[in-house]
Design a protein around this ligand. Sequence first.
Ligand code: PEP
Ligand code: MG
Length: 618
Amino acid sequence: MRARTRKTAAGPGDRAAVADTPATGDAATGDGGDEPPRRGMVWLRGVAVGAGVGIGVVYLHDMGLAPIPEYRIHSGLVEHERLRFAAAADRATNQLRALGNRARDLPGAAGEELSCILDAYERMLRGSRLLRGVDQRIVEQRVNAEAAVRAEMADLIAAFSAMEDDYLAARAGDIREVGRRLIRNLTRRPGPQGLSGLPRGTVIVAEELSPADTALLNPRIVGGLVTALGARESHTAIMARSLGLPAVVAVGAVMDHARAGDAVVVDGAEGIVILNPDDETLARYRGRRAAFLRGRRNLQRLRTVPSISRDGTAVHLQANVELPSEVDSVLQSGAEGIGLVRSEFLFMNRDSLPGEDEQANAFCDLVRHMDGRPVTIRTLDLGGEKLGDALNIKPSANPALGLRAVRLSLTRQDLLRIQFAAILRAGVLGPVRILLPMVCTVGELTAARAVLTEVVEAFRRAGRPLPDSMPPLGVMIEVPAAALSADALARGADFFAIGTNDLTQYALAIDRTDESVAHLYDPLHPAVLRLIHFATGSAQAAGIPVSVCGEMAGEPRLTALLVGLGLRELSMAAYALPAVKQRVRRIDLGAATQLAHRALGQPDGQHIADLLDQFNAK
Ligand code: PEP
Ligand code: MG
């Protein structure tokens, strides 16, 4: 959860909140009738995150950042809501059982006392009045599970508190504890029956969605994603893109207008969301959706053609992976390898840390699937907006500047050792590289290398198999300090991967997840291009490989510019790869180099964008 204060003020999405017919929220939330009456069409605008057009039915999701919302649910979603609640209760049982086991290991009376209390909580989750009452409210009152828990909890607490018997009155506190845990499980991290168990065609509409929640979405089921907050380069947006979900973020007014069960169109290319589209609009967007899918299929034909420019320069295209399930689309995209595995996926949506075996299994699977193509595994990049619950990281006032990424790994070297060991095991099966996120100093690289050497030595002593050659150890260039000292870092690093998402964030002092400054986030700012240029040149001078693996790499509009800046390796979401390859094949290196040269001399991002548009139009 981010430390940033939530905004109720308008995001860019409010610019064009236009209601054809004023949205009358009450019409859908009133008490009467079996089905909510059809409501008027509402057009909303936000920030396009990509991947075509989605058409489906609204599912309102709350992360628990706001006061718990109370909303009526569509009759078609009652069963789903009951399952979601049952999953939250199961999860609470498991959590309490695990806590009870730990309490029993505590020395002395405290452990005994604590485990008795936890047992009592756990019993409350077995067919108790609390559980039955919540389920009944969902079915009879058609309210969301969080609201049902809150209402049932309030009734039970009132009843127990009124009791004369002190022991029974004290049970009110127990109910509060268990109720809160249920609400937390429902709102913060839906279990497998939650976001991952939705009916086909569901469009998730939320104030905000964490990267961990997004990771639970099944793109074959979920039809799209709309959030009131967020920005184009946030991890949630990146995850949505790599899952191929039509998504629009920063749609400021969406929570005021959307109701569960509304029909909705999500235009991820134009950044438009239409609630309750009329028949004509729906037909138009069905047509656009079909055209988008046709275009994607056509690009697929490029899968096996080489990625070389008109003058014969090879530009190696690799894919980024946030979740293991993406590996099939990586192979289908024709990627030459995986240029970035965001290993955070292993730490999300869980209470315990993944051990060496679990991590090794995940990495080995990727390496096996890639069948000899290189796989670059980034060590843990948690912190910032990506908090792992199992790590128990204290949210800091400025998460993006806090204990995250390699800083965290060097503080918790036990975790880094496990990751290195798991990667070495995968390296026995095929070529792997190790990438350190958010390096700022040569000292961090040296310290991480020392840990890697220790782990390799430990493998040798134990007679464990090691890769034929040691995996190269590279650094992400994503902090201006790293970019500006790239010449020094290049002497110790085996390769660079330029993370333009964070590089832009830190160079311009723009929170990449904050919709209120999203319009100022500009990877084309000359400062960012100069940092990329210097880092690329430093790598070339030192003779080490350099790639871009931020979102810029996946934008065909920017391909000529990056190639002109000297890049010959780009790593991107798999879905973007065919379009970038198509662009590479139209580029002439001489012209691209001239373009980059001219871009570096422009006063601001707008001039550079104009220059690019002229160049691309030729
Ligand atoms: C980046 O910052 O550009 C990058 C690739 O890393 P992430 O998006 O995971 O922060
Ligand atoms: Mg980054």
